[in-house]
Ligand binder design. Structure first.
Ligand code: GLN
Length: 537
């Protein structure tokens, strides 16, 4: 077979032993160190789930649903990619099996296979390859991470697709990184490489020989692990990176760079690049590791408390805003339901320096959230309402002004005062995937408002993900409730931002600014909130 020389070099990232050991962070960090060499890098997550996108996945199980500028509802790893590589990714960077299968089936229905039997190989695998290659086009390097663990039934078509793609490429144009896990046995004081050896064998069994092993572990193993793994896996010793748990995830690119793996990758792919400039990144890590003199305590009023990945971008935005303000941000997780169940639990809000009304869906805990927004307003505690958090703050203010049954139709379909209600174009779509108001939308900020001052401009673009909105028939009452509309959609139809004049900081946005926050460039709205919380302290 004639092999085509590709303009783009591919780095395929797979995982063995078990999932959840930081394959996404590893892929993102490889992106960081390659980008630091002046290369243009794109990145993509291939998710084996049969879902079409992450929009319908339970965030408590799966972690946050990250939203791209073009409105794709994706796996939270895309958030890591964007923050680590400081790029904006699109729909094409999130590839779920459901989407691939749907497209193949649509083609079948459209008669595109000309009477052929439609099969996983070659039709599904070809379609994956085409989609990966299309996403890679025009970049120096493309990183494709395959989710899950190699050997899983579900990811087989992705593994086969990247294997076939590698055969079509010049050997110098692609490489395989396998992320494995090495457990430590406390009783005998040893690191055990057997599961990792088996994981490599599993990958080889599927026709892929790894070029690089990234070895995750709880604590730092001795160097002899590299020699042992090299012997059993056939991977060159200097292409085996030890990656013990880091104090902060932001340290991972520096650990990778120190291991020399960046040069192994460029050398192996025949890329001529200049030396990595990680100065900006080193500042991020330094901030993340600094113990500041002052600490602000921020309460986040949450529906899900078991899995903090549920609000990943938001908590990262809060932390980075702390660094920008030279303070530690201590996040207090407050169970919204507990606030409504027992008044004693409400003491948890005493002494907080700021309160965040989180994004969310469904009525569970809504009364607790409304109470918390009311508390923040009345006690002059800075309040930042994000998406649902803004809607909650509007309900809270309406109730204070006497509309005691004010609510969102999301929580109470029969409320006499639906101050938040379904957007006209959303009626009837309540439980369907991919139908919300998604991605980038423009908002025009009102002169003289706090929002305008914070953003420093009259027109902003933020990412969205919502179905409900402030009901326009109540707008005239806002002033009486103590609220000001500070941002509207350009046609004036949709309330995008609100604030409470006279309060130190009571700001709500229908958008999700956290998706655009970066560790080195925290979002101004979050930074302003932390600053206000610091002033409250
Ligand atoms: N559930 C609300 C809506 O659909 C808020 C969504 C969110 O917080 N992302 O409008």
């Amino acid at each position: 077979m004639a092999r085509a020389r590709a303009d783009t070099k591919y780095v395929f990232v797979t995982g063995g032993v078990l999932s959840g050991v930081g394959k996404g962070i590893t892929a993102a960090s490889i992106g960081t160190i390659l980008k630091a060499r002046g290369l243009s890098v794109n990145i993509q997550k291939c998710d084996p789930y049969l879902n079409v996108d992450a929009g319908t996945l339970n965030p408590a199980e799966h972690g946050e649903c990250f939203v791209t500028h073009d409105g794709a509802e994706t796996d939270l790893d895309l958030g890591h990619y964007e923050r680590f590589m400081d790029i904006e990714l699109g729909q094409s960077s999130s590839l779920m099996s459901g989407r691939i299968l749907r497209e193949v089936i649509d083609d079948e229905r459209a008669g595109k296979y000309l009477g052929k039997t439609v099969q996983i190989i070659p039709h599904v695998t070809n379609h994956i390859q085409e989609t990966v290659a299309k996403t890679a086009k025009g970049f120096d390097v493309h990183i494709a991470e395959v989710g899950g663990t190699v050997g899983d039934y579900e990811s087989l078509s992705f593994i086969e697709a990247i294997r076939e793609l590698s055969l079509k490429l010049d050997p110098q144009d692609c490489l395989f990184v396998h992320v494995v896990y090495v457990p430590y046995l406390g009783a005998s004081g040893e690191f055990k490489t057997k599961p990792a050896q088996n994981a490599v064998r599993e990958l080889r069994g599927l026709g892929i020989v790894p070029d690089i092993l990234v070895v995750r572990s709880e604590v730092k193993p001795s160097k002899s692990i590299q020699a042992k793994l090299s012997l059993f896996s056939g991977v060159d010793k200097n292409a085996i990176v030890l990656l013990p748990n880091a104090q902060t995830i932001y340290q991972v690119p520096l650990t990778l760079e120190d291991s020399g793996i960046g040069d192994v990758i460029t050398g192996r792919l025949g890329i001529r690049a200049h030396q990595a400039n990680l100065a900006a990144w080193k500042r991020v890590v330094k901030s993340a590791l600094t113990k500041y003199r002052k600490t602000v305590r921020v309460g986040v009023i949450a529906k899900y408390l078991d899995n903090q990945d549920t609000y990943m971008s938001l908590t990262e935005a809060l932390r980075a805003s702390g660094w920008a303000n030279d303070v530690n941000v201590e996040i207090e997780w407050i169970d919204a339901e507990a606030l409504e169940k027992d008044k004693k639990n409400r003491q948890q809000l005493e002494g907080l320096d700021g309160v965040v009304g989180l994004p969310g869906f469904g009525s569970r805990g809504s009364e607790g959230k409304i109470w918390a927004a009311t508390y923040a307003y009345e006690n002059k505690v800075p309040y930042l309402g994000i998406c649902l958090g803004m809607q909650i703050s509007i309900i809270a203010m309406a109730r204070r002004a006497g509309l005691t049954k004010a609510n969102s139709t999301e929580f109470d379909a029969k409320t006499p005062n639906p101050v938040i209600s379904t957007m006209a174009e959303q009626i009837g779509k309540e439980n369907t995937g991919g139908t919300m108001r998604l991605g980038d939308w423009t908002c025009v900020l009102e002169r003289g408002t706090a929002a305008r001052k914070i953003y420093g401009q009259g027109e902003i673009v933020e990412r969205h993900r919502h179905r409900y909105e402030a009901n326009n028939s109540y707008r005239e009452q806002y002033e009486k409730w103590g609220l000001k509309i500070s941002g509207l959609s350009p046609d004036g139809n949709l309330v995008e931002m609100i604030e409470a004049p006279g309060h130190p900081f009571f700001v709500g946005t229908q958008a999700h600014p956290e998706f655009r926050s970066r560790p080195n460039r925290p979002h101004p709205l979050y930074t302003a909130f932390i600053k206000a919380s610091l002033a409250k302290r």
